[in-house]
Design a protein around this ligand. Structure first.
Ligand code: NAD
Length: 298
C-alpha cells in the first residue's frame, strides 16, 4: 500500500485512478511515498525519507525544488501540454480585452447610473473613451514556441494576425504543429521591435528570469500590448513600471499580480487563472497520476 500526500485540491477524476487496494491518502508528509501538488510552494517543505516521487498537476515546476529532489533520487513529474488549450484561450481573451479596452469599458457600463439621467446619453458619452483597435492585420510576437506558444500562434493566424515567433530550442514536435505562416525570428530583439502585441510563453529558468529586461523592454513599440501568462519573474516589472507610468505601452496583461503595478490604469492582472478550467484540471490530474502510477508500480 503506497501512501500519497495531496497538497492542493486535485481533480476527483484523477484521484479516482488511485485504487484503494494499492493507495491510501495521508495527511503526514513524512510518511508519504509520493506527493501530489498543484501550486503549493514546496521549497521549504520537509520531505520524508520514504519519498519516491513528486507529481505536479500542471506544467511549470518552479514551486518544486527539482535539483534537491533529483539529488535525493526522487522523481519529479509534471503534465506537459495538459493545460495548453486553457492558457491559449485566456491569452486570446486577454489580447482582445486589452485591444478593445474591455475591462475599463465594462467597469464604466457597470457603474452607469440610470437615476442620474438619460442612460442612452451616458452610453454615448462614454463609448468614445473606449474605442480600441482590431487584431487582424496586427503583428503578434510569441516568445517560446512550446505547447502553449504554438497554440497561441496558430490561433492568432486564424484571427488574421501576422505572427512572429522566437524560440532558439523549439522541439521537432512543436515545430511540426506550428502553422507555416509563422515567421521565426533568430533574435528576440527583432521580434520586440516588430510587433504590436507580444506574448511570453517560456518556462521560468535561470536563463529566462528577467529575460524582458530594461533594454529589451525599451525596444517595444509605442502603444504595444505585452502579455505575461508565463511567470511574473520573466519580466523586469520595475523597469516596465516606467513604460506603463508614461503610457508608452497600451497595456500590460499578467496572470501574476504585482503589488507595485496593480493600481496602474494600463495594467490588467488575473489571479493565476491560466490553467483554471474544468478540462485542464481534469486532464492535468489524470495525465500526471497515470505517470506517477506507472513509476511507482514498475
Ligand atoms: P513548454 O515546455 O511546452 O514550452 C516552453 C518553450 O519555451 C519551449 O519550446 C522552449 O524551447 C522555450 N524556451 C525555453 N527557453 C527559451 C528562451 N530563452 N527563449 C525562447 N524560448 C525559450 O511549456 P508550455 O506548456 O508552453 O508552458 C510554458 C510556461 O507557461 C510554463 O513553464 C509555465 O511557467 C507557464 N504556464 C502558466 C500557466 C498559467 O496558469 N498562467 C499555465 C501553464 C503554464
Amino acid at each position: 500500500m503506497k501512501k500519497i500526500r495531496v497538497l492542493n485540491q486535485i481533480s476527483q477524476k484523477g484521484l479516482a485512478l488511485l485504487d484503494e487496494q494499492s493507495y491510501r491518502l495521508t495527511e503526514q508528509t513524512e510518511e508519504a511515498e509520493a506527493i501530489l501538488v498543484r501550486s503549493a510552494d514546496m521549497h521549504a517543505l520537509d520531505m520524508g525519507s520514504h519519498l519516491q516521487a513528486v507529481a505536479r498537476a500542471g506544467v511549470g515546476v518552479n514551486n518544486i525544488p527539482v535539483s534537491r529532489l533529483s539529488e535525493a533520487g526522487v522523481a519529479v513529474f509534471n503534465a506537459p501540454g495538459a493545460n495548453a488549450n486553457a492558457v491559449k484561450e485566456l491569452v486570446i481573451a486577454a489580447m482582445l480585452m486589452a485591444a478593445r479596452n474591455l475591462y475599463t469599458a465594462a467597469d464604466y457600463a457597470k457603474n452607469l447610473d440610470p437615476a442620474a439621467g438619460d442612460l442612452a446619453a451616458q452610453v454615448e458619452s462614454g463609448k468614445k473613451r473606449f474605442s480600441g483597435f482590431e487584431l487582424a492585420g496586427r503583428k503578434l510576437g510569441v516568445i517560446g514556441l512550446g505547447a502553449i506558444g504554438v497554440k497561441v500562434a496558430n490561433a492568432a493566424i486564424g484571427m488574421g494576425m501576422e505572427v512572429y515567433g522566437y524560440d532558439p530550442v523549439i522541439s521537432v514536435h512543436h515545430a511540426w504543429h506550428l502553422n507555416s505562416a509563422v515567421h521565426q525570428c533568430e533574435r528576440l530583439e527583432s521580434l520586440l521591435q516588430a510587433c504590436d502585441v507580444v506574448t511570453i510563453h517560456v518556462p521560468l529558468l535561470d536563463s529566462t528570469r528577467g529575460m524582458l529586461n530594461a533594454s529589451r523592454l525599451a525596444l517595444l513599440t509605442k502603444g504595444a500590448i505585452l502579455l505575461n501568462f508565463s511567470r511574473g519573474e520573466i519580466v523586469d516589472e520595475q523597469a516596465l513600471k516606467t513604460h506603463l507610468n508614461n503610457h508608452y505601452l497600451h497595456a500590460y496583461v499578467s496572470d501574476f499580480p504585482n503589488a507595485e503595478l496593480l493600481s496602474l490604469p494600463n495594467v490588467l492582472s488575473f489571479p493565476h487563472l491560466g490553467a483554471s478550467t474544468l478540462e485542464a484540471e481534469e486532464l492535468s490530474a489524470i495525465q500526471v497520476i497515470r505517470n506517477l502510477k506507472s513509476y511507482l508500480e514498475q
